[in-house]
Write a protein that binds this ligand. Structure first.
Ligand SMILES: NC(=O)c1ccc[n+]([C@@H]2O[C@H](COP(=O)([O-])OP(=O)(O)OC[C@H]3O[C@@H](n4cnc5c(N)ncnc54)[C@H](OP(=O)(O)O)[C@@H]3O)[C@@H](O)[C@H]2O)c1
Length: 261
């Protein structure tokens, strides 16, 4: 088996859940990983923790809703580790409610965070990050099974994730001749701090206790349980290998059988 090269990897929203698991996996494989999220304390604590684990990780504060913040993030990454080989667009938020009652602010926040950010970060990495001039690259967007089917009381979230899947397919086809692959990973239910907040929200909206919501969600999953962040990270890791060169413009589920599409 050929040894994989050490790559420069950017992971957004890497201070928690799936992003943190992806960072730990890729840095553990010898890649240099630059991370960002909104909360400075969490970025500092995550970088410190991972460096103590002897991983080559650094990062800065990043708000993926802001063009200036995205530019600063990519510039800082290039200064620290060099031009970018792999971008993992992971930062995202849940959200929704009764659609007739959704405010412009909530809609815009979810679309900005989950969808517009994926375009803006990708563009910045292709330009400032130098990726467009390379013959090898990976762009991996963490979408959702909600990007393939509608989620009741989750219209803005579903719309944002369908958008991510569409963007992935278009850009994957566009960049296919270049050696840069573009794929979406679509988790179903994954046990992370976000999943906990989602259950709390449904419990508040429906009046049912959180334990009942958990049972209801688990019953929908053929595997009978949530996926783990590490299981999602495993597919991201595979997509960064040379062997995955012919997988592009795809939206691949990690969902315990929840999505049959
Ligand atoms: N958990 C699931 O069941 C599930 C299922 C399908 C898809 N997903 C997707 O997987 C991704 C990660 O979810 P998760 O469950 O790991 O969530 P999580 O535990 O809540 O982590 C989200 C991360 O994103 C960061 N973030 C949020 N808004 C940001 C912004 N505006 N700019 C920069 N960073 C931001 C958070 O840090 P700060 O808050 O400090 O910024 C945190 O590091 C999301 O795109 C989500 O939609 C999750």
């Amino acid at each position: 088996m050929t040894e994989q090269k050490s790559r420069v990897v950017l992971v957004t929203g890497a201070t928690s859940g799936i992003g943190l698991a992806v960072t730990r996996l890729l840095a553990g494989q010898g890649h240099r990983v630059f991370i960002g999220s909104r909360t400075e304390d969490k970025v500092l604590a995550t970088v410190k923790q991972l460096q103590e684990e002897q991983l080559d990780v650094d990062g800065v504060v990043l708000d993926v809703r802001s063009g200036d913040s995205i530019r600063g993030f990519v510039q800082a990454a290039v200064e620290r580790f060099g031009t970018v080989d792999v971008l993992v667009n992971n930062a995202g938020i849940p959200g929704g409610g009764v659609t007739a009652d959704i405010s412009d602010e909530l809609w815009d926040d979810i679309i900005d965070t989950n969808l517009n950010s994926v375009f803006r970060l990708t563009r910045e990495v292709l330009t400032t990050g130098g990726l467009r001039h390379k013959e090898w690259g990976r762009i991996i967007n963490i979408a959702s099974t909600a990007g393939k089917q509608g989620v009741v009381l989750g219209a803005p979230y579903s719309a944002s994730k369908h958008g991510v899947v569409g963007f992935t397919k278009a850009l994957g086809n566009e960049l296919a001749p270049t050696g840069i692959t573009v794929n979406a990973v679509c988790p179903g239910y994954v046990e992370t701090p976000m999943a906990e907040r989602v259950r709390q929200n449904y419990s508040r909206l429906s009046g049912a206790p959180e334990a009942a919501i958990l049972e209801k969600f688990q019953a929908k999953i053929p595997l009978g349980r949530y996926s783990t962040a590490e299981e999602v990270a495993g597919l991201v890791g595979y997509l960064t290998t040379d062997t995955a060169a012919s997988i592009t413009a795809q939206a691949l589920n990690v969902c315990g059988g929840l999505g049959n599409f």
